[in-house]
Design a protein around this ligand. Structure first.
Ligand code: ARG
Length: 588
């Protein structure tokens, strides 16, 4: 079913048509460069450049466009300004009519079209490490990744999720050997332990085995031999390794659950998942000459990547002892994602501190021909989470902050805010809303700065009711729902025949920009464009509500039309927040 396109898209098309007609020699798609404007509703800035290219007079070309544009129904006014800009004003009727169509659109696309040429994106995000506590860095990958997945899917992209967990490596030798010598330590029914207990079991084993490893030479030797057994695929060793993975998953899922995030087990394909490919990956790289032997290791060199001493820093795909590292796994994962999963885009939501690794891995894959013009690889590199003091976030004792503690604190703070404002909420509702507001606050703070930037983790600011926070947006949504309840009106009808006040037009035109915003957010993997849009939506709604009485408007038709504007604002807020992974409770 074709969905309703935005008014902006419609106006754009009309101008593009008029422009092509006025400039018959031009290429097929001429872009009028339509932008929202303070002087009129829109300004078209594209004529100057087009005229220059066609060696035409820009003002004459602009007048030619004006003559060809039909006015009256959608476009109220169009006039030439300055050296060849066009100022365009839209009729009130067109604004309301377009919004009315989206209110009744059965597929609820809110004016957002599906991408014309969608592809397949494999996105690598939410990748914690087995037998280790999750920290704030894992939070960012999960939160940003989850939102990007939702935005891409909404515009029609096929998305394959990959959680590249750290489930392989030498540390497992120590853990497994310890478990062999202290059996039954992880024996229990999966349903018996909570995430918290699972993590504490793993911590206990980790500490105990570490102590033994450091103190006892014989154990150290046995642990090292165990790594070889693991890599060789010895069944007993693998079975014990699996116990650690399973125990960790209990913990991961409890954290993702707290984060209100759906992670599917089949999408968890950790480093170990590429084991069978490692040999071949190395062979292909060596045979093609992309990788060379250097001091016993298999390496790839880059002209522009050098260490502080001026010597080249290679990517090591196979160590001199024959072991494979992080790079071999990532290179194998690329082959899997390109050739088996048929990805057009590989997206990695990973800490900016791993940027050099990905630069080298992508370049290696390009040289090997695994990445080419048809497939692009992008690291959506995110910055560091800082404490209030502007330094990397640590506990007072200087330790990394446990993600779970942080989330619990956010929920606690949010519950206090909810409780204070709550009028008719039960204790259970306060707890439920507290979680939705607290987790929303954490996600929103993360998503509302561009991913590449560091941001300060400041809970006071995050749960503030004033300002650019999720709580502010959640309250805006809940307030609208309360008005609609009070009016007893579920699907208020639009009245396109009415004249609009300035605040109504501003709100309506902003709602119309939802499609453009999402197109940008999807193309640039930039959820912060969506948060900025939603914040402005709530602000414009607030000024509309201040200036235009809703339930006490002059006529019943106006009451209904304003209720309609409230409703479509709420629907847009709700959808936008959902794409950020944030709930919008009906009552707060
Ligand atoms: N597990 C890694 C970490 O905690 C992140 C994995 C990123 N993804 C990848 N394909 N290398 O730092």
């Amino acid at each position: 079913m074709a969905s309703v396109t935005s008014l902006t898209a419609h106006v754009h098309q009309r101008l593009a048509d008029a422009l092509s007609a006025a400039l018959p020699a031009a290429d097929a798609d001429v872009d009028p460069l339509l932008r929202r404007s303070d002087r009129a509703d829109f300004q078209a800035n594209g004529i100057l450049a087009l005229a220059k290219k066609a060696k035409a007079n820009p003002r004459e070309l602009a007048s030619g466009v004006v003559e060809r544009v039909v006015t009256g129904d959608v476009i109220k006014d169009i006039e030439v300004s300055g050296p060849g800009f066009l100022n365009i004003t839209i009729t009130d009727k067109a604004i309301v009519e377009n919004l009315a169509q989206r209110a009744t659109d059965p597929v609820a696309r809110l004016g957002v079209p599906f991408a014309e040429n969608p592809g397949t994106t494999v996105i690598d995000y939410a990748q914690p490490n087995v037998a280790k506590e999750m920290h704030v860095g894992h939070l960012r990958s999960a939160v940003i990744g989850d939102s990007v997945v939702k935005i891409l899917e909404f515009v029609g992209e096929t998305v394959v999720r990959r959680h590249h967990i750290g489930d392989w490596g030498t540390q497992f030798g120590m853990l497994i050997q310890y478990l062999i010598e202290h059996p039954h330590e992880l024996d229990h029914e999966e349903s018996e332990v909570s995430g918290e207990e699972a993590m504490s079991n793993l911590n206990r084993l980790y500490k105990a085995s570490r102590t033994l490893f450091d103190a006892d030479e014989a154990f150290k030797t046995r642990a090292r031999r165990r790594v070889v057994d693991l890599q060789a695929g010895d069944p007993e060793t693998l079975a014990l390794w699996q116990k650690f993975v399973d125990e960790s998953k209990i913990y991961f899922f409890s954290v993702f659950d707290k984060l209100d995030m759906e992670i599917q087990d089949p999408d968890i394909v950790g480093e170990s998942g590429y084991n069978d490919m490692l040999d071949e990956t190395c062979r292909l790289l060596e045979e093609s000459g992309v990788a060379v032997r250097s001091e016993g290791a298999l390496c790839v060199f880059f002209d522009d990547i050098k260490g502080p001493d001026g010597n080249p820093v290679p990517l090591i795909v196979k160590k001199s002892d024959g072991g494979y590292g992080y790079a071999a796994t990532d290179l194998s994962a690329i082959r899997d994602r390109v050739f088996n999963l048929k990805a057009n885009t590989l997206l990695y939501v990973v800490d900016a501190r791993q940027s050099l690794h990905f630069r080298m891995v992508f370049e290696t894959a390009r040289r090997a021909g695994w990445l080419n013009g048809d497939t692009k690889a992008v690291q959506l590199a995110f910055g560091t989470v800082l404490g209030k003091d502007g330094r990397p976030f640590k506990t007072r004792e200087g330790e990394t902050v446990r993600l779970v503690d942080l989330l619990d604190e956010a929920i606690e703070r949010a519950s206090a805010v909810v409780r204070e404002k709550a009028q008719d909420l039960s204790e259970q509702e306060i707890a439920e809303r507290g979680a939705q507001v607290g987790i929303g606050a954490v996600k929103y703070a993360d998503l509302s700065t561009s991913a590449s930037r560091d941001y300060k983790f400041d809970l006071d600011q995050m749960v503030s009711l004033n300002g650019d926070t999720s709580v502010y947006l959640q309250y805006a949504y809940a307030r609208i729902q309360s008005i609609l309840r009070k009016a007893g009106s579920t699907e208020p009808a639009a009245h396109p025949e009415l004249e609009l006040a300035d605040a109504e037009r501003a709100l309506g035109l902003h709602i119309d920009r939802f499609a453009e915003t999402l197109a940008e957010a999807a193309a640039e993997y930039a959820p912060h464009k969506l948060t900025a849009y939603l914040y402005q939506l709530a602000s414009l709604y607030t000024s509309f509500y201040d200036k235009c009485p809703v339930l006490k408007a002059d006529t019943p038709a106006q009451v209904e039309n304003r209720l309609f504007l409230c409703d479509i604002t709420a629907k847009t807020l709700h959808q936008g927040m959902a794409l950020l992974g944030i709930r919008t409770p009906e009552r707060l």
